[in-house]
Design a protein around this ligand. Structure first.
Ligand code: ATP
Length: 232
């Protein structure tokens, strides 16, 4: 569904991604793991078009999208939840979702207000609270719900666990696993335990290159890779 082939991204003169390749199939949760500064966020931003690749290919649903602007990639169905979540603090939970609705896809079950509140009952209870007045974990769930309101075909999540308490991380894990039936997910994580619990496959990135990829079971058993590239 999503394919990245030999993607190179620069920030000015700094060659940050040096040939990243990965793919995400339908009904898959794929994680991109690595330490601070490894290039995880840049990989997602390269796919979205915020940092257009200087070389390489990004294809989505069979179409080449590298070099296309962000708004087109969103329209095509790539949903992106950035690390900082960007919740509207002064809007209610309900209105945060309301402003994000986009036309459903003819071939996919539409995300409606009712379906989102059924899927995320914790948000239904908070629907009239201001976005800025709910907890970090609730904001993360709201950010995911708001992204789904755009009726995307895939979700890109940047470090969804960042700053969340362990008990919240557990409930987020079950939310993401449940979503797998509906939509594929590519997420970045530093929290390897969380990534191991929810993903089907994993990529380990370091200094802008993929150093390992494989089924999550193999990665979670590979202590050498973990100690070399992850802060486990
Ligand atoms: P983190 O967990 O810290 O977000 P990451 O794996 O997502 O780490 P990136 O944010 O992709 O890493 O950063 C990769 C490299 O690019 C780092 O060396 C970082 O310092 C550099 N970098 C990131 N953003 C910029 C920028 N706007 N300008 C210049 N260099 C940048």
């Amino acid at each position: 569904m999503l394919e990245v082939r030999d993607m190179h991204v620069y920030y000015g003169g700094s060659h940050v991604l040096q040939g990243v390749s990965l793919h995400v199939g339908r009904n898959e949760i794929v994680c991109l793991l690595g330490r601070n500064g490894a290039g995880k966020t840049t990989t997602l931003r390269g796919i979205m078009g915020y940092n257009p690749p200087a070389a390489g290919l990004v294809a989505f649903c069979g179409e080449t999208i590298s070099g296309r602007p962000v708004y087109e990639n969103v329209r095509r169905g790539i949903g992106y939840v950035p690390e900082e979540r960007r919740i509207f603090a002064d809007l209610s939970v309900e209105d945060n979702i309301e402003v994000a609705f986009r036309a459903p896809r003819p071939d996919l079950a539409p995300w409606t207000r009712e379906r989102l509140f059924d899927t995320f009952p914790q948000l239904a209870r908070l629907r009239r609270h201001k976005g800025g007045a709910i907890s970090g974990g609730e904001q993360q769930i709201l950010a995911i719900a708001r992204c789904l309101a755009g009726n995307p075909r895939i979700l890109l999540l940047d470090e969804p666990c960042e700053g969340l308490a362990p008990v919240i991380v557990e409930s987020l894990a079950s939310i993401i696993v449940d979503l797998k039936r509906e939509i594929p997910v590519l997420m970045t994580e530093q929290n390897a335990r969380f990534a191991f619990a929810v993903s089907d496959r994993g990529y380990v990135i370091d200094k802008g290159r993929v150093r390992y990829d494989g089924p999550i079971k193999d990665l979670s058993a590979n202590e050498e890779i973990q100690s070399r590239y992850l802060a486990v």
